[in-house]
Design a binder for this molecule. Sequence first.
Ligand code: IPM
Ligand code: MG
Length: 350
Amino acid sequence: MKICVLPGDGIGPEITAEAVRVLKALDLKLELEEGLLGGCAIDAAKDPFPEATQRLAKEADAVLLGAVGGPQWDNNPRELRPERGLLRIRKDLGLFANLRPAILYPELANASTLKPEVVAGLDILIVRELTGDIYFGQPRGIEMRDGERYGFNTMHYSESEIRRILRVAFDAARKRNKKLCSVDKMNVLECTQLWRDVATETAKEYPDVALSHMLVDNAAMQLVKNPKQFDVMVTGNMFGDILSDEASMLTGSIGMLPSASLDANNKGLYEPSHGSAPDIAGKGVANPLATILSAAMMLRYTFGNEASALQIESAVKKVLAQGLRTGDIYEPGTTRVGTREMGDAVLAAL
Ligand code: IPM
Ligand code: MG
């Protein structure tokens, strides 16, 4: 198993170090190679996704990523921003399927800002299309028109792009509670009318899964009103960006949520759903669990090793049951620990 490790910026290096320790503790044949992505790559190579990293990522079976970004690069031109490295590696590797689970761990029920009865037992999977939509659409830009600045972007999807992400979502729903909600804005946008049509057509291949459709504004509302009505949600790149942040906060602990971005052959990039948290970088207090759980997703989706994935996931549940908490999920009565101690506890539980 060839794994390319990209620690990135901010808390990235601290949290990936713990995930790597967990992977190494399992009895697996691993080959790990480290590379630069994001702000650290801009500083070292004047490119957020340098050639050396492109090569490493291409040759690997999977990529484990920490996080990218930080205030010191915020004013750089667009091509020299850390986020650009992330968008390029997704596109370069053809990682069109982004899986973002939002699970509420019973031990962390108080972390949510919503009433416990609304979120208890929450288990949603958001499937977000990741290489199309307005994120990558041309034409785009800011230019002068009629004596004033004019900004424009283009939303677009081909039916084959829609069909392949719908199939990923239907397959996922099939392994869960067999309910899929497709989110669009067909009352206004033609592009998403096509999305809805293709979703309805694809549903014929999956008679055992119940497909529903929802407009994105209503979906945003339903997610906070009654989130447990959802099993799997599927949507385009931009709506998925927004709704997955919203869904993660239903659990109150974004520091716990992993994600997977897959190509058509289950090659994948695995990263925590949270960002680089520059405010706490280097302090040893960040929560490594989302990255450790991302490593579990890697074993499950890219390497088909369900047993080791479950082993990691139950180790994480065990340390939560022991009452260990990093600052982001701390509450009185529990034991506050740092990044390294949390990693130690997971290793012990393994
Ligand atoms: C995410 C992030 C990225 C996105 C940014 C950092 C480019 O918000 O992974 O959700 O918008 O896709
Ligand atoms: Mg986002």
